[in-house]
Design a protein. Structure first.
Length: 149
């Protein structure tokens, strides 16, 4: 985990640490506390949902969140509120909600599957390989959320 934080956290960016000067220990303490809190999320038997990890990232700011996730990460509570009275029939809003409530452990296998890196493929996926791929399978354009624990 330490290597991931060193490599990807704005807390430990060289410019941030230079700016912090006398507060570098405080900055390192904030990073350590955020990692401890994240570790605690994974101690439960079921593990966290994507929403839980996203809300943690928004609250601690240990890692930057891609813009396409801000509408979910800024919300508090148990369930995302992407579906409002105005768009309750919007399939995209419903899909965001389902995605946010998915177990975090499913995110990497899903990404591997839609990116063609999975160890197996469905019949439809294999059959579909004869066609040219169009689209990004619903991923955020221009960003990649990849967290290894």
């Amino acid at each position: 985990m330490t290597a991931i934080v060193r490599k990807g956290s704005p807390f430990l960016d060289s410019d941030t640490l230079k700016t912090a000067r006398d507060n570098q220990r405080k900055q390192l303490g904030r990073a350590r506390d955020a990692v401890k809190e994240l570790t605690e999320l994974f101690l439960g038997t079921a593990g966290p949902r994507f929403l839980d990890v996203l809300q943690w990232a928004n609250r601690t700011r240990l890692f930057e969140i891609p813009d396409c996730f801000h509408h979910i990460s800024a919300q508090e509570g148990e369930a995302p509120q992407a579906v409002t009275e105005l768009d309750e029939n919007d399939p995209l809003a419903k899909a965001w909600n389902e995605f946010a409530l998915a177990p975090f452990a499913q995110i990497e296998p899903y990404d591997n599957y839609v990116s063609g890196r999975a160890r197996f493929e469905t019949h439809q996926g294999v059959k579909g390989l004869e066609f040219e791929s169009h689209g990004d399978h619903g991923r955020c354009r221009g960003s990649r959320l990849h967290v290894q624990l």
